[in-house]
Design a protein around this ligand. Structure first.
Ligand code: ZN
Length: 347
């Protein structure tokens, strides 16, 4: 057991070693292994929009990612990966799939043109009720409310889904503020779409934010523009209401799947065959209903293990691509799986 004083030192040494590894070509000398890595992106936002987003990848970083992936990796579409897995074939070393969650408007305006310049495919997973209204995601609305608030007293979420708000907490208190915002995230994640709208309106009354996010989500017209202008972009589903399927009952899961699949088919004339689980949360029941809904693959939680014929196609792991190019290079490297275990942790 290392002493407490040694742990940070060990971590520092590991980080230095990882950084050097990411920059060096040491990985090129190790044996390559087959299997695919699926990258998860969300928003690739231009600078004037970043303050409204809870998370995003800067455009310049995305440009670096895409140029690198086009030059040094084997990027395939989700349908191609799905066909390989269905045929029991191992994806070739260095195979990468690019995915986007939630349906951000910048996927059309910023990301798709960059991908097209390099000839790369991608899949965009839509939360279709949000597309119906071109409605900004609740997490970004909450983020903007908190960061541009003019009042600091924040009520706590209700104990019951439709109950009254709890006692107010001072957001200027760092510890109490972080706790109440964590509670709001958990509450809104599990809430229904109408409950989210009502609660966000009540929060806005309390915090009186100085700014409102512009429309950050695609509309159906823009989804059609995305698929007609950029034919290498596929559309998948991400539930209708951005619902936590791991916390939902069977009827709700089925309704979320059918509603979102039908909405995409109606809009673009192609029935979607791929899904990603909101918040990366999967349940056995939700997983079981994927094939019944006519889906071929579903993305589950994040993890860095490679995808091959033995992977569960309805709970495929993804790598959160919100990282600098150097780390992306190491994590998608065909030889990454040949490294000693401790070196790959946290890379
Ligand atoms: Zn999502």
């Amino acid at each position: 057991m290392p002493t407490i004083a040694l742990v940070p030192l060990r971590r520092q040494v590991l980080r230095l070693a990882q950084g050097a590894l990411a920059r060096s070509h040491a990985l090129d000398r190790l044996p390559p292994r087959g299997g695919a890595t699926v990258l998860m992106y969300h928003s690739v936002a231009p600078p004037h929009l970043t303050r409204f987003l809870e998370g995003h990848l800067p455009v310049e970083e995305f440009e670096r990612h895409v140029a690198f992936l086009a030059a040094e990796r084997h990027v395939v579409g989700i349908s191609e990966l799905s066909a390989l897995l269905a045929a029991g074939e191992e994806p070739p070393p260095g195979t990468v799939v690019i995915t986007f969650d939630d349906g951000y408007r910048d996927n059309l305006e910023v990301a798709a043109p960059i991908l097209a310049r390099h000839g790369l495919p991608a899949v965009v997973y839509l939360a279709t009720t949000y597309v119906d209204g071109g409605e900004t995601q609740w997490a970004d609305r909450l983020h903007t409310m908190v960061t541009t608030r003019t009042h600091h007293r924040c009520p706590q979420p209700p104990a019951e889904p439709s109950g009254e708000l709890g006692a107010a907490v001072d957001l200027a208190d760092a510890v109490a503020g972080a706790e109440v915002l964590g509670a709001w995230h958990r509450h809104l994640m599990a809430a229904s779409h109408p409950d989210r709208a009502r609660l966000l309106a009540q929060l806005a009354d309390a915090l009186e934010p100085a700014a409102e996010p512009p429309r950050l989500t695609l509309t159906w017209d823009e989804v059609r523009e995305l698929t007609t202008t950029y034919p290498k972009i596929e559309i998948g589903v991400h539930t209708a209401n951005h619902t936590d399927l791991a916390a939902a009952d069977g009827a709700t899961i089925w309704d979320e799947l059918v509603t979102s699949i039908n909405a995409v088919e109606k809009a673009i004339g192609v029935r979607p065959r791929h899904q990603s689980f909101p918040y990366g949360r999967v349940s056995a029941e939700a997983r079981r209903l994927m094939a019944d809904a006519g889906l071929d693959t579903a993305m589950g939680g994040t993890g860095h293990q490679r995808i091959g014929p033995a992977s569960d196609r309805f709970d495929l792991p993804r790598l959160d691509a919100g990282m600098p190019y150097g780390q992306l290079r190491a994590r998608t490297h065909p030889s990454f799986g040949s490294l000693p275990g401790p070196l790959t942790k946290g890379l």
